[in-house]
Design a protein around this ligand. Structure first.
Ligand SMILES: [Fe+2]
Length: 282
């Protein structure tokens, strides 16, 4: 599978700088002074009309503890995206408009089979059905990364529609029709296994999921990253900045370089690619 070039990143330079200010606890004035950048130029960048030079971006990256390569790539409007290939199963990204943004859910299925597992439910069953792949007729299990309306809408309706036996949410989250799936817990289906990784940070109860083909000792893995890691950015740390950074490091330590990352927003990417370019991974 190749990433269609038309899928935009979730975050632009201004969003990344805003999240970095939040994570470091610096004010705009403090960050600008430490980076020797005029505060008005930093504010313009935060307002998505950046004219920051490469040298200014490099100094801001140091002050804000960001990956300089990735920040400069974003600043130039050329954040690279990798080719996506080699997964031992079929991956169906389901992109749904929600408010002013777009949210992703995913189906993983044995290629050629009409049954799969679903990660997140978007805003609800109707939104899912509008983008549903006709080839998929049965969902064996549903896994939620976190219980926010844009990712977990209509879980009970989805479960009822597909008569799904298993619906899983992060331990600590409350969702009707779902039961808690704890860190390290493994669900095994007919073709794939799904391992939950507790990744607090965006919210307290957030899971990423590692998907692997049954019987495959090696080969590509899929990391369903929810609102922890995006291509070129990370989720907002509504719960805790330090937990978010710890969760990112932990989850990236658990997957190989060729793992495909499927985020809750924006395009697909890979672990190797985000290790190299993601502004928040240093
Ligand atoms: Fe989200």
């Amino acid at each position: 599978m190749t990433v269609p070039p038309s899928i935009p990143l979730e975050d632009e330079l201004g969003d990344v700088l805003d999240k970095a200010l939040c994570q470091t606890g610096l004010t705009e004035t403090e960050a600008a002074a430490r980076a020797e950048v005029e505060v008005s130029r930093l504010r313009d960048a935060l307002d998505w009309r950046s004219e920051l030079s490469g040298e200014e971006l490099r100094r801001l990256a140091r002050v804000l503890q960001l990956n300089e390569v990735g920040l400069c790539a974003l600043g130039c409007g050329h954040y690279p995206l990798p080719e996506i290939a080699g997964l031992p199963f079929c991956l169906y990204p389901l992109r749904m408009s929600h408010g002013i943004g777009v949210v992703n859910a995913y189906i993983v299925a044995e290629c050629g089979s009409g049954r799969g597992v679903l990660f997140d439910t978007g805003a609800g069953l109707a939104a899912l059905q509008a983008v549903w792949p006709p080839a998929i007729r049965q969902i064996d299990a549903v896994f939620l990364t976190h219980v926010e309306a844009e990712h977990a809408g209509g879980l009970c309706a989805v479960v009822a529609n597909f008569q799904t036996a298993g619906a899983f949410v992060p331990t600590g989250a409350t969702a009707p029709c779902g039961r808690g799936m704890a860190d390290g817990e493994v669900w095994t289906g007919s073709h794939v296994s799904v391992t939950a990784i507790s990744t607090p940070g965006h919210v307290a109860a957030h899971n990423c999921y590692v998907v692997a083909a049954n019987g495959a000792r090696c080969g590509s893995r899929l990391l369903i990253s929810g609102d922890l890691i995006f291509a070129g950015s990370v989720g907002c740390a509504f719960f805790c900045c330090q937990s978010l950074r710890t969760s990112i490091r932990r989850v990236l330590d658990l997957v190989p370089d060729d793992a495909v990352i499927a985020p809750g927003h924006g395009p697909l990417t890979t672990a190797a690619h985000e290790r190299r370019y993601n502004p928040f991974i240093v």
